[in-house]
Design a protein around this ligand. Structure first.
Ligand code: 13P
Length: 342
């Protein structure tokens, strides 16, 4: 199977097709280094390639994974067995290759420790090159923190503006933008605070997307779920999270957007799957948007743990990855249940 799309709408639909979701394997060199240090593995060029190869070559992954977000280095690396560049390797499997294009979150000047994502300078040229190398979609992540003083309106509007600049540039280069405004789970805030901030951020993001002429039919939204902070005293359960998240999106996300692919944001693997599943069960046949996953940690954590940087553990790591891919694939059509974990 190979990929054949006539327009960006088709790419966006395929990225969020029911039963499948996106693998976020776009950790920067620094972030993958942190993940590898947890398994006492050195972060070399070869080890990073071996690890990504393990994920991409897992047998049958294309049944549950619609697309993979790559990092610049990985986009230029190749499969171990046949030495095929990853964009082509994935396309040959029917999996859509994508690329992280932001340059990370940096201190927002004159703010109280808030962040602004950089990477707009030179982005047009980089997108042209990525498109030639085979990328069909891109990702840009904005980071918003909740605490007693933040987020400020300044931080929200600066990040929303940059997300829309990026999205417009992607579409003019024949690339589907994943628009990712992430409200972090760090902190003691409760689910109501998360709701209020997520609602405000999404309103602002869609205002900017509209103002800058971004086509909503040709994008994918990658939001956080509406969750209690990690350190909240009373944490919302699966039903509360699913209902709050949907209510928030009913208010803010136009029906023209084909798909919403959630980030996992540090939730446990099971929570990330259960929340997605419950939302799809509540929506049922009344699908306003496709609701699926674009998980990094919640797809990869068990695989990393099983791998430990050792060739003899590749099969066990692939099995661990495939288990999460399959269960999240089921959750994307509301067909998951907790007993499938065993
Ligand atoms: P997590 O699912 O680990 O939050 O990562 C998704 C992602 O792509 C963050 O930008």
């Amino acid at each position: 199977m190979s990929l054949n799309f006539d327009c960006l709408e088709e790419v966006a639909e395929a990225m969020t097709a029911s039963g499948k979701g996106i693998l976020a394997a776009d950790e920067s060199t620094g972030t993958i280094g942190n993940r590898f240090s947890q398994i006492n593995t050195e972060s070399t060029f070869e080890n990073r390639n071996a690890y990504r190869d393990l994920l991409f070559s897992a047998e049958g992954m294309e049944h549950y994974i619609s697309g993979v977000i790559l990092y610049d280095e990985t986009l230029r690396q190749s499969s171990l067995k046949d030495n095929i560049p990853y964009p082509q390797y994935l396309s040959n499997k029917g999996v859509i290759p994508g690329i992280k294009v932001d340059m990370g979150a940096h201190d927002l000047p004159r703010s109280d420790g808030e962040k602004i994502t950089s990477g707009l300078d030179g982005l047009d040229e980089r997108l042209k090159e990525y498109r030639k190398l085979g990328a069909r979609f891109a990702k840009w992540r904005a980071v918003i923190n909740i605490n007693d003083d933040n987020p400020s309106g300044y931080c929200i509007s600066a990040n929303a503006h940059a997300l829309a600049r990026y999205a417009a540039l992607c579409q003019s280069n024949d690339i589907v933008p994943i628009v990712e405004p992430e409200i972090l789970m760090n902190g003691t805030h409760d689910v109501d605070d998360s709701f209020v901030v997520t609602e405000e951020v999404l309103h602002r993001v869609f205002f900017e997307l509209y103002s800058q002429g971004v086509s909503l039919e040709q994008m994918v939204l990658k939001p956080n779920m509406v969750l209690s902070g990690y350190d909240a005293s009373d944490r919302a359960d699966v039903d509360e999270v699913a209902n709050a998240t949907l209510q928030c999106f009913f208010r803010t996300v136009p029906a023209a957007v084909p798909g919403i692919a959630f980030l996992s944001g540090g939730q446990s693997d099971e929570d990330a799957t259960a929340h997605l599943n419950r939302m799809n069960q509540i929506l049922g046949e009344n699908k306003i948007w496709n609701l699926t996953f674009s998980y990094g940690r919640a797809l990869q954590q068990p695989a990393l743990k099983a791998w430990q940087g050792k060739q003899e553990n590749v099969k066990a790591a692939q099995d661990a990855f495939m288990k999460r891919a399959k269960l999240n694939g089921l959750a994307s059509s509301g067909k998951y249940s907790l007993d499938m974990e065993n």
